[in-house]
Design a protein around this ligand. Structure first.
Ligand SMILES: *[C@@H]1O[C@H](CO)[C@@H](O)[C@H](O)[C@H]1NC(C)=O
Ligand SMILES: *[C@@H]1O[C@H](CO)[C@@H](O)[C@H](O)[C@H]1NC(C)=O
Ligand SMILES: *[C@@H]1O[C@H](CO)[C@@H](O)[C@H](O)[C@H]1NC(C)=O
Length: 480
């Protein structure tokens, strides 16, 4: 932030001059005092003044140079848009001088989270402003669960401050009714806008990723062009599903895209028959889950993942969700409002669809025995005591298991869990909330035990390590 930097450099210098000269002549003191006062007045006016620095920041933002500006340049969504409110046609809200990037969600919640984390990361790499869609059903929730804004789950103010980069949601850009439904197709009166998008599907696939639900909610009609061959992880494999971030960033780099940006045949016309090619102002990709730096596929499952460490770790949950979860934890553990919540070990114990993951020579169901989780709890307790001097007795379990006998066994260990039926979580909040509340609670452990190969578990382990300096362990059921 050069402006602030300049003033703080001047401030102390004038102070020390003032101290040295005080033993000399009064007249010099007088002159310097005037200077000092001028500096102070100047710096206060400039620091607290709104119009001048704000205009500068808006200019920097518009030229894509927001890192030169102050926090407002990236913190305030309306600085990246023409209007301080959403418009019916999103394009009308985009600033001519700015460059944007978007992409869409499919599959389970965690896949969507990863796709959005990748969208933000690619926005940073390509110097574009990411525009994030809401989280859409289905995927662990029924198709009629309704939409939920990404910024209602993750604190985007914190994210913007940490990455020093503007981040928008589609709901900042254009009007999206809270009742928008992925299943309701366009009607002739809908203000649908057309967009030319890139598809990152393997070259052996004829069609782009099916993102009709997102098109319905956002009222956008997408035509697709395949990304160039240099985008793929293995350029000589027609079935390659992974693309690489550096290649995509080069392809769409703001204002200076790769020459291939203007080439390549149409892959599929839009639902309404539009044949738009990808455009420069708003770069658009069908689905960014299968993206990596080019070192390893599924790199987001590794501690060294640049996308996790640049973006994912800064996606903290919003305060309202954390406060809500606090109440659930108190009721589950029987802790009064007046007491602090004790440190806990959290366990994500995924069962149902993992029963077929068997060690060699064994037939399903192959669940990890609960005794293995008990041993892991003891191990983590010992490690926490040894490394951090903290004695942890509380254990909170979340699981997709429905069998009451399973939960009785969990209770018999003295471990706690949420009962979303008794809490009436769905009725009181939404069909997303059992999952969201579990997610927030799991992230608050000082120790965590996950179930391999769940990506949900893997990412929670990163959160516990990054946010709480916690100890984590992943258990496998395909080995003994
Ligand atoms: C890339 O794909 C080609 C064609 O399938 C294959 O022969 C080659 O081994 C692959 N390269 C790597 C590094 O996996
Ligand atoms: C987001 O985090 C900031 C601090 O970084 C806090 O002031 C604000 O209340 C949070 N907002 C939400 C919605 O959680
Ligand atoms: C959760 O609460 C419901 C309703 O109170 C009850 O019927 C059910 O047995 C409870 N489930 C567990 C796992 O305790």
């Amino acid at each position: 932030m050069p402006p602030t930097h300049n003033y703080s450099l001047l401030g102390p210098t004038s102070d020390s001059n003032f101290l040295r000269k005080i033993t000399r002549k009064w007249i010099i003191v007088g002159v310097l005092t005037v200077f000092g006062l001028t500096f102070i007045i100047q710096s206060t006016t400039l620091r607290s003044g709104t119009s001048e620095p704000e205009a500068l920041q808006t200019k920097l933002l518009r030229t894509g140079d927001w890192r030169q500006g102050g926090p407002e340049a990236w913190r305030n969504p309306s600085n990246s848009l023409k209007y301080p409110h959403p418009t019916i046609i999103g394009r009308e809200n985009l600033l001519d001088e700015s460059r944007y990037i978007t992409s869409f969600p499919i599959a389970g919640y965690t896949n969507k989270f990863i796709a959005y984390m990748h969208l933000i990361y690619l926005g940073i790499l390509s110097n574009r402003i990411p525009i994030i869609p809401p989280i859409l059903p289905p995927g662990w929730v029924p198709i009629d669960a309704g939409i939920i804004l990404f910024g209602d789950i993750y604190n985007l103010t914190t994210l913007r401050d940490r990455i020093r980069h503007p981040v928008l949601e589609w709901s900042d850009v254009k009007t999206i009714p809270t009742t928008a439904d992925v299943q309701v197709d366009f009607t002739p009166t809908d203000p649908v806008e057309q967009l030319g998008c890139w598809s990152v599907r393997p070259r052996s696939a004829d069609d782009p990723t099916w993102v009709r639900g997102a098109e319905n909610v956002l009222k956008i009609d997408l035509s697709f062009t395949r990304v160039p061959s240099f985008s793929y992880f293995n350029q000589s494999d027609e079935n390659e599903i992974f693309v690489t971030f550096p290649a995509l960033a080069s392809l769409v780099y703001a204002k200076h895209p790769h020459p291939s940006f203007h080439q390549g045949p149409l892959m599929r016309a839009s639902r309404l028959g539009s044949e738009l090619r990808p455009e420069e102002q708003l770069a658009c990709f069908d689905f960014l889950y299968y993206a990596s730096s080019g070192v390893q596929r599924y790199e987001f499952e590794n501690r060294w993942s640049p996308a996790w460490n640049t973006v994912g770790t800064h996606l903290h949950f919003t305060q309202p969700l954390v406060d809500l979860t606090d109440g659930y934890l108190r009721r589950a553990m029987n802790i009064g409002e007046a007491e602090d919540l004790p440190p806990m070990i959290t366990i994500h114990l995924r069962r149902n669809d993992f029963k077929d993951l068997c060690p060699e020579g064994k037939a399903p169901p192959c669940f990890i025995p609960l005794s293995k989780y008990q041993r892991a709890v003891t191990e983590i307790q010992e490690k926490l005591l040894e490394t951090r001097g903290i004695s942890v007795s509380r254990v909170l379990v979340t699981s997709d298991e429905k069998d009451l006998l399973f939960w009785e066994e969990i209770s018999s260990f003295g471990w706690n869990f949420f009962n979303h039926t008794a809490e009436r979580t769905v009725e009181r909040f939404s069909k997303w909330h059992p999952l969201l509340i579990d997610k927030v609670a799991l992230s608050q452990g000082i120790g965590f035990i996950g179930t391999n190969p769940s990506t949900f578990s893997v990412l929670n382990a990163f959160r516990v390590e990054d946010w709480n300096n916690g100890v984590t362990k992943m258990l496998r059921n395909d080995v003994d």
